[in-house]
Design a protein around this ligand. Structure first.
Ligand code: PGA
Length: 242
């Protein structure tokens, strides 16, 4: 069974209003997995308030001369459950390579953190017909372990706060998810969860989540609006797990 996971990627934003309330949509649910990825500054208070959380980034080294960084070990120590690895913001603005993303995923697994590993092609790569080549390259570097979670996030569909950005069409998303699943070794194809990320919102979530190869969402912009995020969580709750 692949339990749906709806994860809020708050990026460099404070937790949204009401995040720690009794009725907060960011709280764990009985039927599906719900998680938040706050800034490193906010992680501790989110975990203390009972949310299931993950780090947006963590270095594989335990400690050392890496000014401004935190290690995955520190994230684990704080009580994180998940570790986001290789988000396109990190690949783009921090020059993270496939090899470095794989190192993070390895280190996360060794620490008992669940790596949520982001893959996805840019608009330029897509226009050049290179989507599959890019995904193959990104997947090839990764540890093939049943605990990993993949987040397919086409970079051109990530909203970056712009409501004009459109998500992948449902059929395109499902087709690409099926392709990503085919890149997993046969014994992991039924086990590894593949999330969709890129302009998922309260309106389009149900249709995306109904697809057989889409096991949840990594939600950016819409996760900063509690009622929008609640609608996504509720859509996921209604859909049976494959
Ligand atoms: P978005 O971001 O939902 O705002 O498109 C997704 C992400 O970057 O993880």
């Amino acid at each position: 069974m692949r339990k749906k996971l709806i994860a809020a990627n708050w990026k460099m934003n404070p937790p949204p209003a009401g995040w720690d309330g009794k009725n907060s949509p960011y709280r764990p649910d009985k039927k599906i997995d719900v998680a938040v990825f706050p800034t490193h500054i906010d992680l501790q208070q989110c975990i203390a308030a009972g949310l299931v959380a993950g780090s947006q980034f963590g270095r594989p080294e335990v400690s050392g001369a890496f000014t401004g960084d935190v290690s995955l070990k520190m994230a684990k120590y704080l009580g994180c459950t998940y570790a986001l690895c290789g988000h396109s913001d990190r690949r783009q603005f921090h020059a993270e390579t496939d090899a470095f993303v794989a190192e993070q995923a390895d280190a996360a697994l060794a620490l008992g953190l669940i790596p949520v590993i982001c893959i996805g092609e840019t608009a330029k790569e897509r226009a050049a017909g290179k989507t599959k080549i890019v995904l193959e390259r990104q997947m090839k570097a990764l540890p093939m372990d049943p605990r990993i979670i993949i987040a397919y996030e086409p970079v051109w569909a990530i909203s970056r706060g712009d409501p004009a950005v459109k998500p992948a069409t449902t059929s395109d998303a499902e087709e690409t998810h099926a392709f990503v699943r085919s890149l997993l070794p046969p014994h992991l194809r039924g086990k590894v969860r593949i999330l969709y990320g890129g302009s998922m919102n309260g309106q389009n979530a149900k249709e995306l989540l109904l697809q057989p190869n889409i096991d949840g969402g990594l939600v950016g912009g819409a996760s900063l609006k509690p009622e929008e995020f609640r609608a996504i969580v509720e859509a996921a709750i209604e859909i049976p797990h494959p």
